[in-house]
Write a protein that binds this ligand. Structure first.
Ligand code: ADP
Ligand code: ZN
Length: 300
């Protein structure tokens, strides 16, 4: 029996990564489309998938893991839209409905981080776990929160990157660079924040540089807030900054110190704060997982 083919889009502010595959571990085609105007970008994405359905066979569903903010309230007149984004030309752009009409297949639509979290749930580090949080620490900081096996949306969707933390004023004079909040988590601990604070590329900072101890302080505080707020069974930390794998043991030990024996049952912290299980680009993988999920719901 041939396996079904699915389409995924990681829709970002600089590019739309498009993939076709049978599941996130078996990608058969991919392309990158530069994010220009909505009309031009969305048309090119549709053309790519139409061509793939000719070359590879019919597609059974599409998942879109999209930059936000998004309207995820089913029944809302602007469900499936990007709402008020600072990205020029993209405010109030219909995404999910557009692809549904153009490609005529089930469409899954969610934030980029909820997509990544779903990928981790189905295929990665959160298999067999219903309550967990996936956080990416990269150009920005964003988090997908799963409760009872489903992504939390609520009023909008969680914006973990913009939680407020006590700034380490004794060791950190950097004012933070979030355009909205200054020294929120993203303003203090995203890749560009590290680079602005230390005035060099984060990739080249040596492992013993004080930047990493400070980074682990902030990410441990974030994990405490996440643990206290959502009581997840696991916290997955991904994104470019977490390629600095030496951060993991530092974050775990600072987290344990900050928790002060409170709340934590007898769990191994190296199974509580973990790296993603899916290799490669978590957004693309997540989008494909969303496509499979959307296709299966239609088949039910
Ligand atoms: P994006 O968030 O744009 O999807 P990434 O998660 O790769 O992409 O994040 C990119 C940012 O993460 C870069 O701007 C850089 O600051 C930081 N970064 C990427 N790779 C590394 C690395 N190996 N070590 C430290 N920081 C990194
Ligand atoms: Zn902020």
């Amino acid at each position: 029996m041939t396996q079904k083919l699915y389409a995924g889009i990681e829709a970002g502010g600089t590019k739309f990564n498009c993939v076709v595959g049978t599941d996130p571990r078996n990608i058969l085609a991919r392309t990158k489309i530069v994010t220009t105007s909505p009309a031009e970008t969305l048309t090119q994405v549709c053309d790519f998938f139409r061509q793939q359905s000719v070359d590879l066979g019919p597609l059974s569903g599409l998942g879109i893991a999209c930059f936000g903010p998004l309207d995820l309230q089913r029944g809302s007149p602007s469900y499936g839209y990007i709402t008020a984004t600072p990205k020029p030309h993209w405010s109030n752009t219909e995404i999910a409905g557009y692809f549904q009409r153009e490609l005529n297949m089930p469409v899954g639509f969610d934030t980029d981080v909820n997509g990544s979290a779903l990928g981790e749930h189905l295929y990665g580090a959160a298999q067999n776990i219903t309550d967990f949080v996936y956080v990416t620490i990269g150009t920005g900081i964003g988090g997908g929160v799963f409760v009872g096996g489903k992504p939390l949306t609520g009023m909008v969707h969680p914006e973990l990157g913009h939680m407020r933390l006590p700034r380490k004023t004794e060791t950190d004079s950097f004012a933070g660079h979030c355009a909205f909040h200054g020294d929120c988590l993203e303003g203090l601990a995203s890749g560009p924040a590290i680079e602005a604070r230390w005035n060099c590329s984060a990739v080249t900072l040596p492992e013993d540089h004080p930047a990493w101890d400070l980074e682990a302080d902030y990410l441990a505080l974030m994990c405490v807030n996440i643990a206290m707020s959502y009581s997840p069974q696991r916290i997955i930390l991904g994104g470019g900054v977490m390629d600095q794998v030496h951060l993991f043991p530092l974050i775990r030990s600072k987290f344990e110190g900050l928790m002060s024996g409170y709340m934590l049952p007898a769990i191994a912290l190296d199974e509580y704060i973990v790296a993603p299980g899916l290799p490669g680009n978590s957004g693309e993988m997540g989008a494909l997982a969303m496509a499979i999920s959307a296709g299966e719901q239609r088949a039910d």
